[in-house]
Write a protein that binds this ligand. Structure first.
Ligand code: AGP
Length: 608
């Protein structure tokens, strides 16, 4: 996810663009760039790192005079963060400039086509293809070049485009990536999202798919992909500026929870092709995958919890033994790593010191490292031998939600791939699981819509002292994550326990009214979990159960039941976590905690 901004009007463009980009840094912030029509042609500056670097480089835009320009803040997808890969991208003559948010899915074919025509590429990005393709089609009419270019492009885009021979015009186009345009008495604007231009105008027009916009200083024209001019109505935005960065949500955490259907889809879709799972990033043949005898998963915090789920899923599907380690333990326990083992490190930020150290420890012993990482070009991504990216986009809230659920589905894909090549997963079951996997985003969306019910229940526990989460097997893994979500943002003490283990001591802590959350999504363990619920209720606990829709018995045992839609038991964590995320969130909100920036925590723990 990246941020784009453009302006054309009576003011200096660079300060407007930089200001707009600063409101979009939540969309991506590993590099940035700006292009402005100057005296002779298009001037531009690019930089890696936060937007501040570009602001300093251009003295807040003062060094880039001109009244029409485009800018970009990047969340790397194709190509690591670097000046070459930062946007805007250009044709060789630097007479056409493009900023892009989205993914050009057929960029490799287009790149090959253009290279055959003699075009030379300077970046690793998909976006650069667009600049050269525009050059290929440009014969003096920018709109004609744009229409022809768009007809060849597959994938998603929100574009800002400049043509040096047309300094009085800014062009924009959109398919699947968000784009808005706005106007006030000082000019016209384009942006990826409302926050970028809210300061200048509250009247915005949402550009729809395959629409093209031609903007001048005092007016704009809209076209569809058939080159017909169309009329569009602006809407009035009534959000305040601060809320707008959160797209109207009260907190980034809630916004990111609601992004999960999209980010789970973004993580699985590119890896499901023609009814099969293809994880090219593994860079391992089916034979090499089938030869994997042992897997070590190493991570911290929620990433570790994803690894615990991964253990259950990979072992159940592929029968490959999996060992999961806390990175801070792994790096000092002189681990025993067998020949032929696969080592997987999981990290949202890709900068967690303990996880990076664990990666280096395993690498030092000669093991190939697979990273499951969210931030492209991060330290762990760069030092791993192969990276399976979770396309969750920038995660701002300290408490992870969308990156965690993206890690889960990345592990499901790996488990299914391993099981398939090892022959432990038959064709029918594979297809059934694939269907369940593809249904998860819709089911997550359904569960997110129960937020009012969860909020009402959460408000009964704002003064709680201790809250327990119990589960068996894969439900123990999700209890770990549910417990961490609650305690790290609400500051209420909480523990996750293997339900069968509670009676070996900890059950002594259960008092009258203690809330116990029992997660029971595995049909073969329903009865066992009902016994555990009866056990804790006998000691005064109030039990909230999270269970499958087919579990009709549990309603007689638990005090409050949240049902999750039917899915394959191995994928149930992806659904059970949604009410637990919402529960933790609303308890924290009810207690007036700083949900997005909890005390004592950091988004990335880059120290030991
Ligand atoms: C999760 O909500 C926490 N913020 C924390 O446990 C986090 O998962 C952990 O620090 C690991 O971070 P990473 O995924 O960026 O490596």
């Amino acid at each position: 996810m990246c941020g784009i901004v453009g302006y054309i009007g009576g003011k200096q463009a660079a300060p407007v663009i930089l200001d707009g980009l600063s409101k979009l840094e939540y969309r991506g912030y590993d590099s940035a760039g700006i292009a402005v029509f100057g005296g002779e042609g298009i001037n531009y500056k690019k930089s890696t790192g936060r937007l501040k670097v570009l602001e300093n480089l251009t003295r807040g835009g003062a060094d880039m005079p001109g009244c029409c320009g485009i800018g970009h803040t990047r969340w790397a997808t194709h190509g690591v963060p670097s000046n070459e890969n930062a946007h805007p991208h250009f044709n060789q003559k630097e007479t056409i400039s493009v900023v892009h948010n989205g993914i050009i899915e057929n960029y490799l074919q287009l790149k090959k086509f253009l290279e055959k025509k003699g075009y030379v590429f300077v970046s690793e990005t998909d976006t650069e293809v667009l600049a050269h393709l525009l050059d290929y089609y440009y014969k003096g009419n920018p709109m004609e070049a744009i229409f022809r270019m768009l007809r060849r492009v597959e994938g998603s885009y929100a574009l800002g485009i400049l043509f040096a021979e047309h300094p009085d015009t800014l062009f924009a186009a959109r398919k699947d990536s968000p784009l808005i345009v706005g106007q006030n008495e000082e000019g016209c604007f384009i942006a990826s999202d409302v926050p970028a231009i809210l300061k200048y105008t509250r009247r915005v027009t949402y550009v729809d798919n395959q629409e093209i916009v031609k903007l001048h200083a005092s007016h704009m024209h809209f076209y569809n992909i058939d080159e017909e001019e169309i009329r569009k109505e602006p809407v009035l935005i009534d959000w305040d500026e601060n809320a707008a960065e959160k797209a109207g949500y009260e907190h980034f955490m809630l916004k990111e929870m609601y992004e999960q259907p999209k980010t789970v889809t973004a993580t699985i879709s590119p890896r499901i092709q023609k009814g099969d799972i293809r994880i090219e990033e593994l860079d391992m043949s089916d034979e090499e995958l089938a030869a994997v005898k042992k897997i070590h998963i190493v991570a911290c915090g929620s990433a570790y919890h994803a690894g615990v789920t991964g253990k259950y899923v990979i072992e159940r599907l592929s029968r490959i033994p999996v060992e999961v380690d806390l990175a801070s333990e792994f790096r000092y326990r002189d681990p025993i790593l067998e020949e032929g083992a696969m080592v997987i490190v999981i990290s949202q930020s890709g900068e967690t010191a303990d996880t990076l150290a664990a990666l280096r420890e395993a690498k030092k012993r000669g093991f190939r490292i697979l990273g499951i990482v969210n931030v492209v070009g991060s330290s762990i991504a760069r030092e791993a031998d192969n990276v399976l990216y979770t396309w969750a986009g920038p995660e701002i809230a300290v408490a992870t939600t969308k990156a965690y659920t993206a890690q889960l589905v990345a592990l499901y894909l790996l488990a299914m791939k391993l099981a398939k090549v090892k022959g432990t997963l038959g064709k029918e079951e594979f297809e059934h699981l694939l269907g369940c996997l593809e249904r998860l985003p819709y089911q997550i969306e359904r569960l997110l819509n129960t937020k009012e019910q969860i909020q009402k229940f959460a408000n009964r526990y704002l003064a709680a002292k201790d809250i327990f989460f119990i589960g068996r097997g894969i439900d123990y893994a999700i209890s770990l994550e549910g417990s961490l979500k609650l305690k790290e943002i609400s500051y209420i003490h909480s523990e996750a326990y293997a339900a069968g283990e509670l009676k070996h001591g900890t059950i002594s802590l259960i008092e009258e009214g203690t809330l116990v959350t029992a997660v029971s999504t595995q049909p073969e363990l329903y009865q066992k979990m009902i016994s555990n619920i009866v056990e804790v209720r006998a000691r005064g606990a109030f039990v909230m159960a999270v269970t499958g829709e087919d579990n009709r018995e549990i309603g007689k045992a638990a005090d409050y039941v949240i049902y999750i839609p039917e899915t394959a038991p191995v994928f149930a964590n992806s659904l059970a976590i949604i009410p637990l995320q919402l529960f933790g969130y609303y308890v924290a909100v009810g207690r007036g905690c700083d949900v997005d920036k909890p005390r004592n925590l950091a988004k990335s723990v880059t120290v030991e």
